[in-house]
Write a protein that binds this ligand. Structure first.
Ligand code: NAD
Length: 264
């Protein structure tokens, strides 16, 4: 899919990857880019910087009633939605200590939001015979997260849901891509981790590079988007010998002990 003339929605667009996606879609000639986030000031600033094709909206993606009212409003104003990017997400920094409320919140933002969005947009996309869902998951959803159990679990669930959507609607005009970066230079990483230490063991890429990879992958209508190509090798290792992969992850977790973020 090309972005020219398209109506796109991006959640979690007040900063980070969502902001970079929205800016890039506008630069590609999208007719409208609806930028939605809990942070209404942030999303208004992003829309002002992008210009008249951008429309800000305050949205809590973890609330199904809000998503469905939001989608109805976008459809009323713009006629249809070509591309819905479920991008908003949260980390926790917790392991077994995570209280149930943290698990519930993380499941709601990282998984249920994708389900609510699909429930709201798929019927209209099926009636038009076309539409694109871009779900931001994570390499943590294909591998794991060494410092965050709720994040690892919810991102695996998000990948599973994206695969299910692709299997179920891929032959009915709906394209699905699953964005799975490792570390990206956004507040999610820079506010919680020791970035200098992290750079010694991992590649941290810029959100603009993620946006470039997304546009290229959508052009090819490719399911899996891996801005860090090494993730494909790690996935193959995990699939080939799970126990050896887990032993390696234990070693990495021990090495990274000092990187643990404070629980949020
Ligand atoms: N930064 C990374 O290294 C990295 C790596 C892999 C995947 N991801 C994923 O990419 C996505 C974007 O991450 P980012 O790095 O830009 O993070 P970020 O924290 O910089 O931005 C996330 C945005 O989501 C918004 N948000 C959070 N909860 C929301 C809710 N309930 N409703 C609406 N908006 C909400 C926040 O206000 C924020 O603007 C997330 O799904 C994240 O898990 C990030």
């Amino acid at each position: 899919m090309e972005l020219t003339g398209r109506v796109a929605v991006v959640t979690g667009a007040a900063r980070g990857i969502g902001r970079a996606l929205a800016e890039r879609f506008a630069a590609e000639g999208a007719a409208a880019v609806v930028v939605a986030d809990l942070d209404s000031d942030g999303v208004s600033a992003v829309a002002a910087a992008i210009g008249p094709v951008a429309f800000p909206a305050r949205l809590d993606v973890s609330d199904e009633a809000e998503i469905s009212a939001f989608v109805a409003d976008v459809l009323a104003r713009h006629g249809h939605i070509d591309l819905f990017c479920s991008n908003a997400g949260v980390t926790t920094g917790h392991g077994l200590d995570a209280p149930a409320s943290v698990w519930e919140r993380t499941i709601a933002v990282n998984v249920l939001s994708h389900i609510y969005a699909a429930r709201a947009v798929v019927p209209a996309m099926l009636s038009r015979g076309s539409g694109y869902l871009l779900n931001t998951c994570s390499a943590a959803g294909l591998l794991t997260s060494v410092d965050d159990a709720p994040y690892a679990v919810t991102k695996h669930a998000a990948v599973a849901f994206a695969e299910w959507l692709s299997m179920t609607y891929g032959d009915r005009g709906i394209r699905v891509s699953c964005l799975c970066p490792q570390f990206v230079n956004t507040p999610m990483v820079t506010e919680g981790l020791d970035v200098d230490k992290l750079r010694q063991i991992a590649t941290i890429i810029e959100p603009e590079q993620v946006a470039d990879d997304v546009v290229e992958a959508m052009r090819e209508e490719r399911f899996l988007i891996l801005p860090h190509p090494e993730v494909a090798k790690y996935m193959a290792n995990r699939g080939a010998t799970h126990d050896r992969w887990l032993a390696g992850m234990r070693k990495l977790q021990a090495q990274l002990g000092g990187l643990e973020r404070p629980p949020q």
